[in-house]
Design a protein around this ligand. Structure first.
Ligand code: ZN
Length: 195
């Protein structure tokens, strides 16, 4: 389809490769800031369209009725994915630390809900949104994200996950970092808010 999400992630500075000191203090060989990709409306729209295509390809009987995303990171891609699927796009947000539906958003028991995120790392925020969906009495029918960077030790997801890009990102404690051992200079990329 002539679509190369990795190229777009790199060219927008959303995917950096090198030697990074993360906000957690861990070192890594790659750094992802999806907002730098999604800040371009034409790229965000395309990403939403491609995710919608992959979702329907993975399950032609999906027939979603609503997309839900975690604020803030999932907002833009959730909205674009909802646009491409022709369904509502709502978002969950934290209230006193707990992911919840606010602003009058609601899910019906017969809704077919797709959870959409920008980046899935541990699956933690995905799990929190799935809990929001289940609290409404519904089981999500699919999960989608722009970048799937789960490690081998990530927990099993509650539904099939489709992604535009699957990235292996290695993370080390500073004392175990092979890039430090080789003397490669490390950089601290723009602060990433904890998720
Ligand atoms: Zn290092």
């Amino acid at each position: 389809m002539g679509y190369d999400p990795l190229h777009d992630l790199r060219s927008t500075g959303a995917l950096l490769e090198g030697h990074f000191i993360l906000s957690s203090g861990l070192h890594s060989n790659r750094y992802v800031q999806c907002a730098l990709y999604l800040q371009h409306p034409e790229l965000a729209e395309r990403a939403g369209r491609e995710l919608a295509y992959l979702l329907k390809e993975a399950d032609p009987a999906l027939e979603p009725t609503v997309v839900i995303s975690p604020a803030l990171g999932g907002l833009i891609i959730g909205h674009e994915c909802g646009r491409a699927l022709g369904v509502r796009a709502v978002f969950a947000e934290r209230a006193e630390g707990v992911m919840t539906l606010r602003r009058g958003f609601s899910l019906a028991r017969d809704d077919r809900v797709v959870v959409v995120e920008d980046v899935v790392t541990t699956g933690k925020s995905t799990g929190e949104v799935v809990d929001v969906v289940r609290a409404a009495g519904v089981e999500p029918v699919a999960l989608a994200c722009v970048v799937d960077r789960r490690g081998a030790d990530a927990p099993t997801m509650p539904a099939a996950l489709v992604s535009l890009a699957r990235l292996d990102i290695e993370v080390w404690k500073p004392e175990a970092c092979p890039l430090c051992a080789k003397g490669v200079p490390a950089e601290k990329p723009g602060s990433r808010a904890p998720r």
